[in-house]
Design a protein around this ligand. Structure first.
Ligand SMILES: Cc1ncc(COP(=O)(O)O)c(C=O)c1O
Length: 399
């Protein structure tokens, strides 16, 4: 038996981080590379939020805090859930972690017994299945429709067994940008009402990034009867351009929240005190930069969707939210790249695209649905335009 734990053999490293690293390496070697792999806004953190962090440092708020969040941040989160989602949570129903990623992981570690199943719709955020595996559970993958990237109530129903512990929802979605309307979500929550042993983990990280007047809703709001078995997860990374600050949070039943704090107390303890004070300002302070940023994101989405749909063999649906598009490259499969390599999979497509044109994107199969690829359009508009021109040229040169 090797030194490294067997559990790790079941887990893959993050494909999105791998692509970002590869693009970085090529750049360092002098190649002209446009990286569209990373899932983070290119905007700077707003000044008022930075100022709150600097004030926290100057005021000596630099010590250990309560494990799962300072009372001021929990109060700001309760107010946010009430104001934006119509959800009533008390502070003992709130947990704060080092990013939404830790919050999701804590929830799985706190609840999964060996063999428990977790239903994950495709295309999924790369970390869900691997987190479930690390926690000792079994991911159960439900395939979405290949053009809407949404699952049907029937498919959800069919995926649930007596071993199902959680269903993970993520709307708007990373990687597809697809978001469920209130009616679509209601049809899914109706299914969950029939299965009282199943809990709902709603990853609302992209809540604020929706376009064309789309109304965001979350399961506990759409179906209040599910409130007692829903964990509503969110964070400041995406809407507030605070990816590096590492603050995520969740609201849910007090017993679950307490169990999650227990996990965190024996692993990392509190998230950065300074980042927590910055998050208080993010949630309580002015929100007007969010619609302004969204205008920019929407313009980029429209540009990218339009340009990709003009590339040979590519078909790109127009997503409701997040800052990703997830086009199909099915029309390029079987063609030959300039290197002589025949494109057999979406992984071949992204590898050849990076080698030939220096555009870094992530293969759809890493998210459980292909042949597709994910583009993050959270990057400068000129770079996006150039990247799409290169993709058009690459596709046009396939034989
Ligand atoms: C769907 C989704 N959930 C959760 C996260 C985690 O975000 P963070 O840990 O920065 O809060 C991300 C980040 O990429 C994401 O895309």
């Amino acid at each position: 038996m090797g030194f490294i734990a067997d559990a790790l053999a079941r887990v893959k490293p993050s494909a999105t981080i791998a692509v970002t690293n590869k693009a970085r390496e090529l750049k360092a070697a002098g190649r002209d590379v446009i990286g569209l792999g990373a899932g983070e806004p290119d905007f700077d953190t707003p000044e008022n939020i930075k100022a709150a962090a600097i004030a926290a440092i100057n005021d000596g708020k630099t010590k250990y805090t309560a494990v799962d969040g300072i009372p001021e941040l929990k109060a700001a989160i309760c107010a946010k859930f009430k104001r934006e989602n119509g959800l009533d949570y008390q502070p003992n129903q709130i947990t704060v972690g080092t990013g939404g990623k830790q919050v999701l992981y804590n929830a799985l570690i706190a609840t999964i017994n060996p063999g428990d199943e977790v239903v994950i719709p495709t295309p999924y955020w790369v970390s869900y299945p691997d987190m479930v595996l690390l926690a000792g559970g079994e991911p159960v993958i439900v395939e979405a429709d290949k053009s809407t990237f949404k699952i049907t109530p029937e498919a959800l129903d069919a995926s649930i067994t007596s071993r199902t512990k959680w269903v993970i929802f993520n709307s708007p979605s990373n990687p597809s940008g697809a978001a469920y309307t209130r009616d679509e979500l209601k049809a899914l929550t109706d299914v969950l009402l029939k299965h009282p042993h199943v809990w709902i983990m709603s990853d609302d990280m992209y809540e604020h990034l929706v376009y064309d007047g789309f109304e965001f809703t979350t399961p506990a709001q759409v179906e209040p009867k599910l409130y007692d078995r829903t964990l509503t997860v969110n964070g400041v990374s995406k809407a507030y351009s605070m990816t590096g600050w590492r603050i995520g949070y969740a609201g849910g039943p007090a017993e679950l929240i307490k169990a999650m704090a227990k996990v965190q107390s024996q692993s990392t303890s509190n998230p950065s005190s300074i980042a927590q004070w910055a998050a208080v300002e993010a949630l309580n302070g002015p929100q007007d930069f969010i619609p302004a940023n969204n205008e920019v994101f929407k313009g980029r989405r429209d540009l990218v969707v339009s340009m990709l749909n003009q590339a040979n063999g590519i078909s790109c649906p127009n997503p409701e939210g997040a800052f990703y598009v997830f086009p199909s490259c099915a029309g390029t499969i079987g063609k030959t790249a300039p290197s002589g390599k025949v494109i057999e999979t979406d992984e071949d497509f992204v590898t050849e695209l990076l080698e030939t044109e220096g555009v870094a994107v992530v293969q759809g199969s890493a998210f459980g649905l292909g042949p597709n690829f994910r583009i993050s359009y959270a990057t400068a508009t000129e770079a996006l335009e150039e990247a799409c021109t290169r993709i058009q040229r690459f596709c046009g040169n396939l034989k």
